[in-house]
Design a protein around this ligand. Structure first.
Ligand code: IZC
Ligand code: ZN
Length: 424
């Protein structure tokens, strides 16, 4: 008989329940389902009870299994945090770009000069799949220590068929060996590689005709993403790639309107993308169109912070009815952080999101942004037991304390993987 794991009497259980079919938008983003002195019981990898501690005791007493107790006293229990936008699989580093940017160079100038994404591409192409896995595991461990139990991982530092496949296979293997679940996105359209500088349409052709079919055939990704931005991929090129991906079963995502207002949000709505990400310069019409089509806005305030620019207008989006998710955007150039809790702080402090909206954005809405909301993103009976106990007596403390890690315990698929703030 499988053991039960009984998380007893957390000062608050944040369930974020009732929204597995549709992401939360507007005022519903503030409904996070707080249970005071609540308990959760897990059997195998599933949640089998959520509610008051008194009823939990009665429930456990009727079960024949042996019970392992985890005290929740003085702690807040939330769903495992979900990061729906990362470029975590890469080699090398780009710390020299900080000084360049401090002296006035822009992120795009560095890319145009052959640095940025292209410098990480060079480093990623040069290493073996094993080395790529070894470098990425360290980052995954730090994500786990910050309460993340599932994250999306994009390719896009290969930019040749072979090197893109290496990145995607590394993500697949990491998904099998690491407690964090990885959900893969093919992003061959991350930058135009030096070899195609003079004829970018030929690179688009290569993506459409050679890369996408293999990625789909080998089931190496669930989503397709494009860096749709002035000087990177045009609206027409992005549309072509995402439409071809869609035909092959890859759901569209878009890096939209990050640096300039470019029509990315409108394109996301037109294609029925699952999400449009960044949106710092999204137009009013673009935001309206996203709300109408239910496209999720994945906002990345850490990137705005690190690039020293104004973040997206989250309040306008919430008022327009666009569902919001939050992410680290973990990458070596514009957001080298593995702390989703710090992104939660930034979402409050720089975008005026409320602590409740932020929790929704990092749990159920993030699950929707990676098409996993039936399985994860809330604490509900039947869902996967991915949970975090924070060393805080109420959820507001999570967003109030900044740049500290309050994660005490992480439970992934019913197993305790972090205890006392350390990996088990
Ligand atoms: O490596 O700079 N914005 N892609 C689009 C990135 C940032 C990642 C990078
Ligand atoms: Zn990105």
């Amino acid at each position: 008989m499988t053991d039960l794991l009984y998380i007893k009497k957390a000062s608050q259980v944040i369930t974020v329940s009732g929204s597995s079919e549709k992401p939360k938008s507007g005022k519903a983003m503030a409904e996070i389902g707080v249970i005071e002195n609540g308990s959760v019981v897990i059997s195998g990898d599933r949640i089998v009870y959520v509610g008051t501690d008194q009823a939990a005791e009665e429930f456990v007493n009727t079960q024949p299994e042996t019970v392992t107790l985890v005290s929740g006293e003085g702690k807040v229990l939330t769903p495992g945090l979900i990061d729906p936008h990362t470029h975590i699989v890469f080699a090398g580093s780009r710390e020299q770009e900080l000084e360049m940017r401090l002296k006035g160079a822009k992120y795009m100038d560095i890319l145009k000069a052959g640095g940025g994404i292209l410098s990480t591409t060079k480093a990623t192409r040069a290493v073996s799949e094993e080395e790529l896995i070894a470098q990425t595991i360290k980052r995954l461990n730090r994500f786990l220590l910050h309460g993340v139990t599932t994250l999306e991982a994009k390719s896009g530092y290969g930019l040749t068929l072979e090197a893109e496949l290496k990145q995607l296979r590394a993500a697949q293997k990491l998904n099998n060996i690491h407690p964090i679940d990885l959900v893969s996105t093919f992003m061959g359209a991350h930058a135009v590689p030096a070899e195609y500088k003079e004829n970018p349409d030929d690179f688009v052709q290569l993506i459409v005709e050679e890369m996408l079919p293999v990625v789909a055939q080998e089931k190496l990704a669930e989503f397709c993403d494009v860096f749709c931005e002035e000087g990177v991929f045009t609206i027409e090129q992005s549309k072509r790639i995402l439409e071809e991906g869609k035909k092959l079963g890859l759901l569209p995502k878009i890096h939209a309107d990050e640096i300039v207002s470019f029509g990315g949000a409108e394109l996301a709505a037109e294609l029925g993308a699952v999400s449009a990400d960044h949106l710092l310069r999204a137009s009013e019409q673009g935001i309206k169109a996203m709300a109408e089509k239910g496209v999720i806005a994945v906002l990345l305030p850490g990137t705005a912070f690190f690039l020293m620019t104004e973040p997206a207008n989250a309040r306008e989006m919430i008022e327009a009815g666009v569902p919001i998710a939050l992410s680290t955007d973990r990458n070596p150039g514009s957001s080298p952080t593995e702390s989703l809790p710090f992104i939660m702080n930034l979402a409050c402090l720089t975008m005026k999101m409320t602590p409740e909206e932020v929790l929704t954005a990092c749990t159920i809405n993030a699950a929707h942004a990676i098409n996993r909301a039936e399985e994860i993103g809330s604490i509900e009976v039947g869902k996967k037991a991915d949970l975090v106990l924070f060393d805080a007596v109420n959820y507001q403390t999570l967003q109030y304390n900044y740049a500290v890690n309050l994660v005490d315990t992480v439970i992934k698929s019913g197993e305790i993987v972090v205890k006392g703030g350390a990996i088990c």
